[in-house]
Write a protein that binds this ligand. Structure first.
Ligand SMILES: Cc1cc2nc3c(=O)[nH]c(=O)nc-3n(C[C@H](O)[C@H](O)[C@H](O)COP(=O)(O)OP(=O)(O)OC[C@H]3O[C@@H](n4cnc5c(N)ncnc54)[C@H](O)[C@@H]3O)c2cc1C
Length: 261
């Protein structure tokens, strides 16, 4: 597969200004998503100062390391008792490249802030998602509790060929309409949901935990969720970045069954 790496494409999503004819092989097919932490102000200490004001009533910007065990204990207590507001005094901004069907799910999470590239103001690039060889393809079970099984080589081949064919045809139709002077906002209606978009997503740790509790499947979850794999790929990368910034809070989230406080 000609899958691009996670770093492919510029931050503005451009891939050069050369006119593109996907029928000549210029379409790009990826099986990954990009998630980059572009800005953050997020530390475990931010949770502590917010929590301690309730008993100290004064500025209490303390280092977590000052009394590491006590700090861990307080963060764990806050998480366990679902005292969630101290986890709001921080901010993380992610740059995300993902197919539009992922953004449809992502934007259901109203506690995040979003800004997405426009298909009205710019020509969309022919970059499409096609499931990779590790993507499980066969669904079994009942709604809300599906199990997924590996596909056969023939099933993988079918998914890849059909997806590529439809994307190339749809993009050619898009180009024909643009060439005929049709507005971008009209021509784009033929493009598939698997075309990539890009957006900035800003969250705080509390809103991120709500998102992670729903969009990552984890055996230790008190309330297991069964998300679509592609949004889970976004969520996993966000979780890894958050765990690095706020390891004590992340450990408490995991220890307490991944219940968002
Ligand atoms: C596995 C899975 C399957 C799904 N399937 C479907 C589906 O088939 N169809 C579908 O439409 N959606 C579906 N969803 C989306 C789901 O219904 C939620 O819209 C999505 O998970 C966002 O969750 P949220 O509302 O908690 O997040 P946020 O919007 O970030 O809200 C966070 C929390 O804030 C509070 N809140 C936010 N807004 C309000 C409000 N207006 N009123 C009261 N409280 C509020 C709630 O406590 C909420 O939990 C699915 C989600 C998952 C994880």
């Amino acid at each position: 597969m000609s899958g691009a790496t996670a770093s492919s494409g510029g931050h503005d999503g451009t891939h050069g200004d050369t006119p593109v004819d996907p029928r000549e092989g210029a379409a790009e097919f990826r099986d990954d998503v990009t998630v980059e932490l572009v800005r953050s102000a997020a530390r475990d200490a931010d949770v502590l100062f917010a929590a301690r004001v309730s008993t100290k009533g004064e500025q209490s910007l303390e280092d977590v390391e000052g009394d590491a065990e006590r700090s861990k204990g307080l963060v764990n207590y806050l998480m366990r008792s679902r005292h969630g507001s101290p986890f709001e005094h921080n901010s993380m901004t992610f740059y995300v490249q993902a197919p539009i069907f992922v953004f449809r799910e992502l934007m259901r999470h109203r506690m995040a802030s979003y800004n997405e590239e426009s298909g009205r103001y710019r020509e969309l690039r022919p970059v499409f998602y096609v499931p990779g060889p590790d993507r499980q393809l066969v669904q079994e079970g009942k709604p809300g509790h599906y199990q997924f099984l590996d596909g056969t080589p023939d099933q993988h081949k079918l998914v890849e060929e059909e997806t590529r064919h439809q994307c190339v045809e749809a993009y050619a139709a898009y180009q024909r309409m643009l060439d005929a002077g049709i507005a971008r906002e009209v021509a784009r209606i033929v493009l598939p949901l698997t075309i990539y978009s890009s957006a900035y997503v800003t969250v705080n740790a509390r809103s991120l935990m709500n998102f992670l509790s729903l969009r990552v499947r984890n055996d230790e979850s008190t309330y297991p969720s069964y998300p679509q794999r592609e949004i889970e790929m976004v969520a996993e990368q966000m979780e890894a970045a958050w765990a690095e910034l706020m390891p004590v809070s992340h450990a408490a989230f995991q220890r307490n069954g991944r219940v968002a406080p």
